[in-house]
Write a protein that binds this ligand. Structure first.
Ligand SMILES: *Cc1c(COP(=O)(O)O)cnc(C)c1O
Length: 436
């Protein structure tokens, strides 16, 4: 008898996640690329179909509950429906977030809009934490109300407050943790317990859903689905992409949402281009573990340096002993091996006259002009260290009282720590603090 083709190494869940992020699902059904070491970059807007029947089958399969995902070898028809390079990235992102399925989008905002879009409909309401990423805030305040979906604000740092904010119309509880920019944490597991209690008397299609934006922590430092979130949305533009070359977004969650998300993406059209998916699949996600492990080591050193500097009033970094929510940080932010993983972002406040952003503006301007390892730019989660002052930049538009209430201090500076040698980052900060 002729020897069968050598069996592929089966999926090996007992391997550690650092290895699995590099090798991915390995024996993907998305594309047979046995002889490639690197997954191929496909670039084809439309796909050749062998018969009319095959085309019809593809359309019937798309979004069909009948075809179990595990068995599905997709019939590719048109890029906006489904596509192999993006599909491989989705398999690996689902693995990274420890969710059943992932659907990617053209940006983080497209992913957040989709997560909300499939969860909530006209007549229902959203409860969101008071402090949110700027564009998410304007999505909730400028756009969703046009479709009859209002948002109510609640301080979700105190999970019990949810009881007071919830109405029979509430459908979604939405937040980021850590928050932007002041790195406050929200207790996902505690909110799950609150939501479970509130859901007891609700019908299935009215049950509260928890949606978490996991962009800041990344799945390396925190897996909200394992703590009780229903859906995770995130930007791939930041730490998952990691190199700052491409935009992208993803929603990860249970199988139940797969067809809804795929249908939403098909009709609203915010697909991730395979050319943008490829670097995230090949460079970004496989190096996430190595980058985060190093960046957070540096972030702790930088945080400790800043904490000891006389011109710095306070430093917020979940890895510091004195972090106000230390116990929650250690419980919630852990890597795949269960080790504390406080992330690569920190926020510090400079001493200044009350209400003045002079010191922070001066320091950031000094950095922009003189620092080699620190770049003045918005965005975060790259191998290059980035600095910005939210009060004067990203959160400029908020009225001063609201900035103050959301912890956006005039002297506040956000630092996204990259992969440079930590001595150099500290030297650059030291020089800027001396000069400012
Ligand atoms: C950047 C960011 C987004 C939006 O992602 P884009 O890819 O820029 O659309 C959403 N949430 C958070 C917390 C972010 O940092």
């Amino acid at each position: 008898m002729k020897a069968a083709i050598a069996p592929k190494i089966p999926h090996q869940p007992h391997y550690r996640m650092r290895s699995r992020l590099i090798h991915g699902t390995f024996n993907t059904k998305r594309w047979d690329y046995d002889h490639h070491v690197i997954p191929p970059l496909s670039s084809s807007t439309t796909f050749r179909l062998s018969s009319v029947e095959r085309g019809a089958e593809g359309f019937i399969d798309f979004g069909s509950e009948e075809v179990p995902l595990e068995r599905k070898v997709p019939i590719y028809i048109y890029d906006r429906l489904d596509e192999p390079t993006r599909g491989m990235l989705e398999e690996n992102l689902a693995l990274a977030e420890q969710g059943e399925v992932c659907v990617t989008f053209s940006t983080g905002m497209a992913a957040i809009a989709a997560a909300l879009g499939v969860a909530v409909r006209q007549g229902q309401e959203i409860i969101a934490h008071e402090q949110l990423y700027g564009s998410t805030y304007s999505l909730l305040t400028s756009w969703l109300p046009r479709f009859g979906i209002p948002t109510h604000w609640c301080n979700l740092r105190k999970p019990k407050c949810l009881r007071d904010c919830v109405t029979p119309k509430t459908r979604v509880v939405y937040f980021e943790t850590p928050t932007n920019p002041s790195l406050e944490l929200i207790d996902i597991a505690a909110l799950r317990r609150e939501v479970d209690t509130l859901n007891q008397d609700r019908k299935d299609n009215q049950k509260l859903l928890i949606i978490v934006d996991n962009t800041f922590a990344t799945p390396y430092c925190q897996r909200p689905l394992t703590l009780g979130a229903d859906l995770v949305a995130q930007s791939l533009t930041k730490n998952i992409g990691g190199f700052g070359t491409d935009m992208g977004g993803a929603v990860v969650g249970p199988r139940f949402f797969y067809n809804l998300l795929m249908g939403y993406r098909k009709d609203f059209g915010g697909v991730l281009s395979p050319k943008n998916a490829w670097p995230i699949l090949v460079y970004g996600l496989p190096t996430l573990g190595a980058r985060m492990a190093n960046q957070q080591k540096t972030a702790l050193k930088v945080a400790q340096f800043l904490e000891s500097h006389p011109k710095v009033e306070s430093v917020f970094y979940p890895g510091l002993d004195g972090f106000p929510q230390r116990e929650l940080a250690q419980r919630q932010m852990v890597d795949y091996d269960g080790k504390f993983a406080p992330g690569s972002l920190l926020y510090f406040i400079l001493k200044d006259a009350p209400g003045s952003s002079r010191a922070a503006d001066q320091l950031v301007d000094y950095v922009a002009e003189h620092a080699y390892t620190i770049t003045l730019a918005v965005s975060l989660g790259q191998i290059k260290t980035l600095i910005e002052n939210p009060y004067s930049m990203t959160h400029f538009n908020l009225p001063p009282e609201e900035k103050e209430a959301s912890g956006i201090h005039p002297g506040g500076i956000r630092l996204s720590v990259g992969l440079e040698d930590w001595h150099d980052i500290i030297d650059d900060l030291h020089a800027a603090l001396e000069a400012a």
